[in-house]
Design a protein around this ligand. Structure first.
Ligand SMILES: Cc1ncc(COP(=O)(O)O)c(C=O)c1O
Length: 415
């Protein structure tokens, strides 16, 4: 038995108790017990998150920051408590460094539109070949607006970042370095602290896209040395429609508004307006109040189990599936990163990834099939698409076995 497999049996990690908190997991799909392996796309929600959202709507709901009456004050307290929880979750220096956005995509766009205004012709934005489209397209749009250039740090055949190339690409023209903390296709953990140090050496800033990291490992924005860090609530067992952007306080203070409207202003006259300090300057309009309550509950839930324990459990379950799948000659993996999270991207020889996904679904196994919003990664590996199994805190070793058995059946069908 490997160390990873022993970790599954850690007596203090009670996966069945965790599963009991997730109502959606307890159902049959196509006559089989559901095996949900698409947590990287969006995680399922525990009862505690659902209840927190019901509670605020049933007891406390009103618009925030405006009312002098009790309900508005209660809603505001819950909303702002979620900001404090998010700040602690990321080890941000204080809660004003946390801007609520619709998700990581909006957080990254906020930086591109607001911070990006200081870029000009000749300036460079350096990102990587491993990114989700949401950490590529905002930079391409920014480059078009400001006459800047986007450069991409390539990856190795293993699906890791080529750090020699990073060292030669990041230089005096680099104004922004943007990289995933964890890549969504293969789960590669990128050396964010090292990239941040390179960005800072030349006076640039570092943005990390933490969508696939925050649910799987402890994140400390100060230890990483990042200037911006974005994640989405729905991937962290919370609701859709809310995410957070951490911004280094001194940088946020100097950034112009992203969108205009209510909530973000200090004064408005017919000749001009002045704006609130961060984070409210970047939160125009009525925010996602109910969703913030859900995000706060999701953070509480994840922290009550502990990210170290979640990470060890997921690593063990993933390793259990991966060892068996890699032993099948018909299964071709995309990459083999040394440091990774709980994602497996693969193809079955002779079968399209969509067919693999459809056949697995017939056996109750839900995986994602496609390009995973990462077309450059597909191009780099010369594949049109992959099947992607991603494991969360609630997946079991038996479910890893169910995936392996379903892939074995798929291979039989395509023989
Ligand atoms: C690495 C990464 N970045 C960004 C995103 C975009 O997240 P959202 O659609 O929640 O904004 C995703 C979603 O799959 C992702 O995996």
């Amino acid at each position: 038995m490997t160390a990873a497999m022993r970790a599954v049996e850690r007596p203090n990690y009670d996966v069945e108790a965790i599963r009991a908190d997730f109502p959606v997991l307890h159902q049959q799909v196509n006559g089989h017990d559901l095996v949900f392996l698409d947590t990287a796309a969006s995680a399922q929600k525990p009862r505690q998150v659902i209840q927190a959202m019901v509670d605020i709507m049933e007891r406390d709901y009103a618009n925030v920051h405006r009312g002098v009456y009790a309900l508005s004050q209660r809603s505001t307290d819950i909303f702002e408590a979620a900001r404090v929880k998010t700040a602690r979750f990321l080890n941000a220096p204080d809660e004003n460094a946390i801007v609520f956005a619709r998700g990581a995509t909006e957080g990254i766009n906020l930086v591109a539109y607001s911070y990006g205004q200081r870029l000009g012709p000749g300036d460079e934005i350096v990102t990587t070949e491993l990114e989700h489209h949401s950490n590529i397209v905002p930079w391409q749009l920014l480059a078009e607006r400001q006459g800047a250039t986007v450069k991409f740090i390539p990856m190795t055949d293993a699906g890791e970042l080529d750090m020699d190339a990073a060292r030669s690409l990041i230089g005096p023209r680099t104004k922004i370095v943007a990289a995933a903390h964890v890549a969504n296709t293969m789960g590669t953990v990128l050396p964010i602290a090292e990239l941040a140090a390179l960005a800072h050496r030349y006076g640039g800033v570092m943005l990390a896209d933490g969508c696939q990291a925050a649910p799987h490992m402890p994140v400390d924005v100060q230890a990483l040395g990042v200037d911006f860090y974005a994640f989405s609530g729905h991937k962290l067992y919370g609701p859709t429609g809310i995410g957070a952007l951490y911004g280094r306080p001194d940088i946020l203070t100097d950034m112009p508004p992203f969108q205009g409207g209510g909530e973000m202003i200090e004064t408005v006259t017919l000749t001009g307006s002045t704006y609130q300090a961060p984070p409210h300057r970047f939160e125009a309009g009525t925010p996602a109040i109910v969703e913030a309550a859900g995000l706060g509950a999701a953070i509480d839930y994840v922290q009550s189990i502990g990210l170290e324990a979640i990470s060890a459990h997921e690593a063990a379950v993933t390793a259990h599936a991966e060892a068996q799948l890699r032993a099948m000659p018909e299964v071709v993996f995309t990459g083999q990163p040394g440091r990774k999270t709980s994602v497996l991207s693969f193809n079955v020889k002779g079968a399209h990834a969509h067919d693999v996904g459809t056949i697995l679904d017939q056996m109750g196994v839900a995986v994602r099939a496609g390009q995973h919003c990462a077309q450059p990664v597909m191009e780099r590996f010369g594949v049109h698409a992959t099947a992607r199994a991603s494991f969360g805190m609630y997946n079991t070793q038996a479910e890893a076995d169910a995936l392996v058995a379903a892939v074995a059946k798929t291979i039989e069908i395509f023989k």
